[in-house]
Design a binder for this molecule. Structure first.
Ligand code: 9MR
Length: 377
């Protein structure tokens, strides 16, 4: 089967387009208030600052960064010559944006489909790029084939193991790492997410098992735990770190932490750096795994579009700086969740958002220049 049109396929998933910043929980509104309050204070210092100009001969990100630079990718991007040229020039790592998830791989009859992820893996290999497996277990994706499993034939745990062995085993030796469990922590930081997996295998146990099975499938791959809003919600970050510690204490082969970093341009300066420092305290490598900086999700109404564009560039710079401040062995990679504006999930949700570091023609914006400047400093 070829690629389904991504929009309709994703729309059919109950959590398609689930958006970190639209969380309606108490913690979600708390973090919105915190962001607004601090941004208001800052706006007094610098509205109306001039846009930064971008040097025409900006060097490629991957050439100046002392760690891997990635982007997310869908198989359909590989048919777009301008995307391919930009990706080849700028990055040396790819994360399949959705086609290595259960929503793509698991068919209604419980069989697996690997055409698109195989194509992305082959492209990565042919172009000397790392492949970051994303993601084996996600609370938001629980295919019917699992929900309706006939346990007279196979136990739930066996089916879970079979899936992880099939997927992580297929790409064993060919990935730079796996996001084994994605978004395990509750949004308010009060424990872990409820899901089909937690209900059937146990709240902590399903997470620990996923790491065990991923290690069984691939003896050497770095195995990461990935989550979002860790910069906005300190309580969620604390629970994320506790979960990582508990996994390590239980002997689970967790070897790295992923901070998605889907942020808005009006995020309080220093928040990303603080989050990365905090995560690094466990001594594990850190992946800044899904960086994008939304303009339209900014909530500070006092900032003009131009102010927000300037802040966006500064946020890209801060993210790069936070990675640069880590000891070398803890700099796993920095992945952009969309190279060009039109590639971003945020742009698909709101066509007036322009969250990426490159514009629609693939020209570097101030965000790309800030990344380069920081990597070179
Ligand atoms: O950007 C991805 C979008 O194209 C998919 O439809 C969606 C569901 O698979 O997932 C988006 O990526 C998410 C990532 O896998 C996990 N963190 C949040 C990302 C944005 O929603």
């Amino acid at each position: 089967m070829g690629d389904s049109p991504s929009r309709s396929f994703r729309d059919s998933s109950p959590d398609a387009g689930a958006s970190p910043h639209q969380d309606q929980s108490a913690a979600g509104s708390l973090h919105r208030r915190a962001v607004l309050g601090s941004a208001l204070a800052l706006s007094a210092c610098g509205p109306g600052a001039k846009s930064q100009t971008v040097p025409a001969d900006l060097p490629p990100l991957k050439a100046v960064a002392p760690f891997r630079i990635g982007t997310c990718v869908q198989a359909l991007h590989l048919d777009d010559p301008s995307f391919v040229a930009l990706a080849r020039r700028q990055v040396n790592q790819l994360t399949p944006e959705w086609q290595m998830k259960m929503e793509y791989i698991v068919q209604p009859d419980g069989t697996f489909r690997f055409d698109a992820p195989d194509r992305i893996a082959a492209f990565a290999q042919a172009n000397g790029m790392g492949l970051l497996g994303h993601t084996l277990v996600w609370y938001a994706q629980a295919p019917d084939a699992f929900a309706r499993l006939d346990e007279r034939r196979v136990s739930f745990e066996q089916a879970y193991r079979n899936y992880i062995l099939a997927v992580a085993g297929r790409y064993a030796g060919r990935v730079v790492g796996w996001d084994v469990v994605n978004e395990a922590v509750a949004e308010d930081g009060n424990g872990w997410r409820d899901s089909l997996w937690s209900q059937r295998l146990g709240a902590f146990e399903h997470i620990a098992l996923a790491y065990r099975f991923a290690r069984e499938a691939d003896p050497h791959a770095p195995l990461l735990l990935n989550d979002y809003n860790l910069e906005y919600i300190p309580r969620k970050r604390a629970t994320f770190l506790k979960l990582a510690e508990r996994l390590l204490a239980s002997g689970a082969p967790l070897t790295g932490l992923g901070a998605q970093t889907h942020v808005a341009a009006d995020i309080t300066p220093g928040k990303i750096a603080e989050m990365i420092r905090d995560l690094a305290s466990l001594g594990l490598p850190i992946h800044l795994s899904e960086l994008d900086v939304s303009i339209t999700r900014s909530e500070n109404r006092l900032l003009s579009r131009e102010d927000l564009r300037n802040r966006q560039a500064r946020v890209y710079g801060e993210a790069a700086e936070a990675m640069m401040a880590l000891p070398e062995r803890q700099r796993f990679a920095l992945t952009l969740w969309g190279l060009r504006d039109q590639d971003s999930w945020l742009h698909q949700e709101n066509a007036s958002d322009s969250p990426a570091p490159f514009d629609e023609q693939g020209r570097p914006k101030a965000g790309a220049a800030a990344l380069v400047r920081t990597f070179r400093a």
